[in-house]
Design a protein around this ligand. Structure first.
Ligand code: HEM
Length: 177
């Protein structure tokens, strides 16, 4: 089964790269040629990217929980490796890049850089990006059968992106300070 999944490895990655390139080109064109009027459209793309990033950040540690319970070298373990690698390359990494680029553009275009809520939001997003980096490194360790984190610990890690997301969304929507 893992071998079958491996065979189609090239095409989703190429499709993701084309989709990311097309999105980047459209967003760049909107930023340069449309300017401030593009704000609501690019905010919509920012929120779509945020949803994709969060979906991946909630799913990846769930895969790690099950991966821990599969014997290293087993067919199940090899399948999890493919699923984790693809999730990172095709969804999580591109979505994080789009979220950051558009978030910074919105902050600049909307004149939000002096706002307290944005500083707090950026601090939480930096922590979320650090967690992203840790999950990426963990996927590499799983790929080399070197994971040492228990499934109970992964269950706790699983809650971290959710808690950060709750704080970030409250800060940007309520703007309490
Ligand atoms: C990567 C750094 C980020 C920056 C610099 C950033 C910045 C911004 C800015 C300036 C806005 C427009 C606010 C407005 O027009 O009132 C916005 C909207 C939004 N952001 Fe972010 N953001 C980032 C990441 C995130 C993340 C990680 C999340 C969620 C987990 C998120 C959720 C949202 C939501 C839901 C909105 C729409 C708010 C509204 O329309 O009321 N952002 N962001």
């Amino acid at each position: 089964m893992a071998a079958e999944v491996q065979k189609t490895e090239g095409s989703p990655a190429v499709r993701a790269a084309v989709a990311l390139g097309a999105t980047a080109a459209l967003c760049l064109a909107a930023m340069v040629f449309v300017g401030p009027a593009a704000y609501p459209w690019l905010k919509a793309v920012h929120v779509i990217a945020v949803i994709s990033w969060m979906a991946g950040m909630l799913y990846l540690p769930r895969l790690f929980i099950y991966h821990c319970e599969a014997a290293p070298g087993s067919e199940m373990s090899e399948t999890f490796k493919v699923m984790e690698g693809r999730l990172l390359r095709i969804i999580i990494n591109p979505a994080m890049i789009v979220t950051w680029v558009l978030g910074l553009w919105l902050a600049w275009q909307g004149g939000h850089f002096a706002a307290g809520w944005l500083h707090a939001k950026l601090a939480l997003v930096l922590v979320l990006s650090g967690v992203h980096g840790y999950f990426s490194a963990s996927a590499r360790r799983f790929a080399e059968d070197r994971n040492t984190v228990t499934s109970r610990q992964w269950r706790m890690w699983n809650e971290v992106p959710t808690l950060l997301m709750i704080g970030i969304v409250i800060l940007v929507i309520v703007k309490p300070f």
